[in-house]
Design a protein around this ligand. Structure first.
Ligand code: ADP
Ligand code: MG
Length: 320
């Protein structure tokens, strides 16, 4: 499952005084099995970009290929300026519907605060909504609901008949995520899935997303404001600013760019600032330290006298 984004732009309210260029000339290749963190200041275009990937928003310019299928062909939101005959319009609408169904099966999108979109009277019915709409039979839908609930750690028998509205914030969100997983997407995109949760709820959701990626080989794209989480979990970071991609690299490489990131309203993990401060005080730590574990390892090597289990018995300022 690969996604190829070419010259993608999105303009809201085109041709009106409120016209806003939300993303401009985005080019990205996303390969099967990647775990991508998408970061950027509020308004940088993250949500606009991910909503294009399952056809929820029509691009103004550019193309998106999902496994080679062009999901944007003939869908530009600037096309309405062209005159088309009724039959042409009908043909386009039909084609669009077919493509969208195809792509929504493959690319699952979890919105920001998805729990606000829970609406059924039981958890089972809520999670069943998507797969039922795919036209699947009753037993297949039930199997998928069970599977999705297991994946997000909510017991099927204990919870299936309960109202989603009785749940805690973190549980509600997990039910909402289960509703997308029940479509068995190959790519899972989540827009700030941990926003507003307490630390425990946050860690649980992240651990479940990580497990989906590792065990089920799912491609994951996660929009986040937590640099710490992204340092721990993502293999690739895409940084956006004012509708454009500024960095696209491994978290280790991206978080070296402290000055540029700060200029665009972002930060690096706290531990990277600490490593930098220690280096100013005479240590020789790598400038690619982004997690606490990496800092501990690097410090152990440089503090043999203090840390009895230190690897480097010669002491001194070994570079890590
Ligand atoms: P992010 O998710 O990074 O905060 P968005 O994609 O939501 O960024 O927004 C990018 C730009 O598009 C912003 O300038 C925002 O104000 C504008 N925008 C977002 N959604 C809409 C909309 N529905 N109508 C008009 N402008 C929008
Ligand atoms: Mg957003």
């Amino acid at each position: 499952m690969s996604i190829s984004i070419k010259h993608l732009s999105h303009i809201y309210d085109y041709g009106t005084p409120n016209e806003t260029v939300a993303i401009e000339n985005i080019n990205l290749e996303i390969e099967h099995g990647e775990f991508i963190g998408l970061i950027g200041h509020t308004g940088s275009g993250k949500s606009t970009l991910i909503q294009q990937l399952n056809g929820l928003l029509k691009p103004s310019k550019g193309t998106i290929l999902v496994n080679g299928l062009n999901i944007t062909e003939g869908l530009s939101n600037l096309d309405k300026t062209k005159k088309r005959s009724k039959s042409e319009q009908r043909k386009l609408a039909k084609e669009r519907k077919r493509k969208l169904l195809e792509v929504r099966k493959k690319v699952g999108l979890v919105f920001q605060y998805p729990e606000y979109q829970l609406f059924e009277e039981t958890i089972e019915k809520d999670i069943a909504f998507g797969p039922t709409n795919l036209g699947l039979g009753e037993s297949e839908v039930k199997a998928r609901v069970k599977e999705a609930m297991m994946l997000v750690g909510i017991d099927y028998d204990a919870y299936k008949d309960r109202s989603p509205f009785e749940l805690s914030g973190g549980q509600k969100r997990r039910v909402a995520i289960a509703g997308v997983l029940a479509m068995r997407p190959e790519v899972l995109i989540l827009d700030e899935p941990t926003a507003g949760l307490d630390p425990r709820g946050r860690d649980e959701i992240l651990a479940q997303i990580k497990a989906l990626h590792d065990k089920n080989k799912m491609t994951v794209i996660i929009v986040s404001h937590s640099m710490e989480d992204m340092a721990k979990i993502a293999n690739r970071l895409i940084v956006m600013n004012k509708g454009k991609v500024v960095f696209d690299d491994s978290p280790h490489k991206v978080f070296k760019e402290i000055e540029t990131l700060e200029k665009i309203g972002l930060a690096v993990p706290q531990i990277s600032y600490l490593a930098r401060a220690l280096n100013e005080a005479g240590f020789h730590l790598s400038d690619e330290i982004i997690t606490i574990e990496e800092a501990v390892e690097a410090l152990k090597k440089q503090l043999p006298a203090i840390h009895p289990k230190a690897q480097n018995s010669k002491g001194g300022k070994a570079s890590c």
